[in-house]
Design a protein around this ligand. Structure first.
Ligand code: KG4
Ligand code: ZN
Length: 342
């Protein structure tokens, strides 16, 4: 039997350095990651200049870690797949320049991968969703719905007109002064009050397929001011002692975002009634509450539901290697002119 090629996947589009070794017959052989969360925590968000500097520091050790976990060397690798779009320019450049240098010196094929295509196919690392399906991607930088017809064949049918869903969690967690990244903190605060929806924040236009989260952020801010919980002049949260209030804000936000996701997916399902499944990917798909809401919706609609494990929801090299593997099969290699697109 002909062995399928070994792909090295490199992801450096934002604040995670992810490198994986993958082959179509063995799946993910090694997946190494360095996350900069601890570095950006004190700023309450990603600082691009810091992100690229740390990418530069980590790209070699994380690659060595992936190769040694896989028990192979660069000589064994057939193709290098690297995220070249979209993302922070400085961070993308680190991964791309590194990948190009390896490919040039070791005479390997190179393939540039769209970060969103990586997320869109991340469910395939652990399962086999049927085509066609709808894919909801929700992360710190993106919120979109794709209709996926096959490997590399997909159309964007909805995207955010302003903020991403993860960004809404991060920004509101910053308003509440509860830490960074906001998503997991908001989730555990919501669980403590059993996902109550005390404040019923606005869900937005019921008929629009596109997302918009900046209005929700403003609505939460005005509601905090109305409850004497936020001072616009000093930009300070005033109810730090009132844990229950904070939990209820967090929980109302989470329920609202889950309702918006459900509402948009229902619109998409009505527009594309032939889809067989829904996949939920990206950092926000780590959220168990939203996952279970969407799973229940799919069960009721007779659709299959897929969502990756947390390690493959957030940014990682494995999803980039997976896309690289099917592009290699399709002969879609790039030249050394490959550049970043941001
Ligand atoms: O996919 P990702 O690692 O990076 C981007 O490509 O943006 O996603 C990071 C985002 C952050 O906004 C974070 O708050 C959110 O994913 N996130 C969550 C959860 N875990 C991470 N959002 C909601 N619930 C979670 N449990
Ligand atoms: Zn991402």
């Amino acid at each position: 039997m002909v062995k399928s090629p070994l792909i090295l996947g490199i992801e450096t589009s934002c604040d995670e350095t992810g490198v994986a070794v993958y082959s179509s017959d063995k799946g993910v052989i090694a997946n190494a990651l360095f996350s900069q969360i601890a570095i950006h925590k004190e700023f309450g968000g990603v600082i691009p200049e810091l992100a690229s500097r740390h990418q530069l520091e980590k790209i070699v050790p994380v690659t060595n870690e992936a190769l040694s976990k896989a028990g192979c060397t660069l000589e064994d690798i057939d193709t290098i797949a690297v995220t070249n779009r979209p993302g922070l320019p400085g961070s993308l450049l680190v991964g791309l320049c590194f990948a190009k240098s390896l490919a040039w010196t070791k005479k390997k094929n190179i393939i540039g991968v769209d970060h969103l295509e990586g997320h869109a196919f991340s469910s395939f690392l652990e399962s086999t969703p049927p085509f066609p399906h709808l894919c909801l991607t929700a992360s710190g930088g993106h919120t979109s719905i794709h209709i996926v017809y096959g490997f590399g064949e997909f159309e964007t049918i909805a995207q955010t007109r302003d903020d991403a869903a993860g960004e809404a969690f991060d920004k509101i967690a910053k308003l509440l002064e509860v830490g960074y990244p906001g998503g997991p903190i908001i989730e555990s605060m919501s669980r403590a009050v059993d996902f109550v929806d005390r404040f019923a924040y606005p869900r937005g236009k019921q008929t629009m397929l596109d997302f918009s989260f900046s209005g929700l952020k403003t609505a939460v801010l005005y509601d905090l001011i109305k409850h004497d919980a936020y001072n616009m002049q000093t930009r300070q949260f005033l109810k730090k002692e009132d844990i229950l209030f904070q939990q209820q804000v967090a929980s109302s936000l989470l329920v609202c975002v889950a309702d918006i996701f459900e509402q948009k997916l229902r619109l998409a399902m009505a527009k594309y009634p032939h889809v067989k499944a829904i996949t939920f990917v990206g950092g926000v798909a780590c959220n168990k509450y939203i996952k279970e809401r969407l799973r229940a919706m799919c069960n009721n609609a007779g659709l299959e539901f897929f969502s990756p494990s947390p390690a493959y929801c957030t940014d990682n090299g494995a999803m980039i290697a997976f896309v690289g593997a099917y592009k290699a099969k399709q002969g879609l290699f790039d030249s050394f002119d490959l550049d970043i697109v941001f």
